[in-house]
Design a protein around this ligand. Sequence first.
Ligand code: COI
Length: 366
Amino acid sequence: TRSALSFEVNRRPDPAQAETIAKVHENPGFGKTFTDHMVVIDWTADGGWANARVQPYGPFQLQPAAAVLHYAQEIFEGMKAYRHADGSVWTFRPEANAARFARSAKRLALPVLETEDFLESLRQLVAVDKEWVPDPGESGEKSLYLRPFMFASEAFLGVRPAKEVTYAVIASPAGAYFSGGLKPVNLWISTQYARAGAGGTGAAKCGGNYASSLAGQLEGMEHGCDQAVFLDSSTHTYIEELGGMNLFLVYKDGRIVTPELTGSILEGVTRGSILELAKEEGLTAEERRVPIQEWKDAAASGDLSEVFACGTAAVITPVGELRWEGGSCDHRRDGHEDTIATKLRTKLLDTQYGRAEDTHGWMTRL
Ligand code: COI
């Protein structure tokens, strides 16, 4: 099926010069520079989706009373556009992001944008800003990060689902998410905070969850760590996620374990893909509740060989140390070459950049 929306394209009269884009591509970092255009689509309770358009990237006109600024009725997605060696531009499992966006919309009482409209919005933006998609580069992992999002733009302070909503897509050249490159991240087990609770919004990709994770991240930083590990809110015994990434434990006996989806964990597209790739590598993939004590015990006994975090932005990042009040364990090793994390990471990136055959039908040309 095709998108029923027709997009009006209003190009910027003064798009960035090739040299300017080349300069950004040299060292893109993450989320700092934005392309020339953005997609915007309006929604009203009476009229549904309308005014689909590509327009110059720039500030929104938003009423101070816009509901999103008060009650955080907002959701988003994160994906990447990859340039292949022949110049073509592709994205990874966009239907999975479209489906999750629809689930997030339902949870936040926002309107659903049909999968085809979601996909078309990505195509429209990449079509006008194609030069902004970098070559993979020496690191082999530069891309154009795509950020679709939707928010309550109605100016109304009553607490009810907004009757006016804005959907938009912006794009930003991306290199490594963490400034240290593939340096391991150190994690702090948050004792003060949980990220999400039963029946809450933890499984939705909504801004509020990320806001909720920040105090835990600060707590971690106060203990010399980069990120926090959040445990389940009711018993404080099971691993959930990092707030922006899912977690995997790798055992020496060939098992790879990740917390099962309890309703308060984000269903990562990278997480799901790793589970499939791991099985193909002959590993035993387990999705189940994982007590934090299991992690500590397996680290102490030497049964655990690796721990890594995953997400679209950082792909797969090894975990260095795990720290908690009164203790720590260390997963750092000298080289990354022969790790399961590196093997899975390479496999994923090779598929995404067309360096390996896409045996799963995961890639969509934009
Ligand atoms: C991801 O892509 O892994 C994330 O969810 C992080 C993003 C919010 C920057």
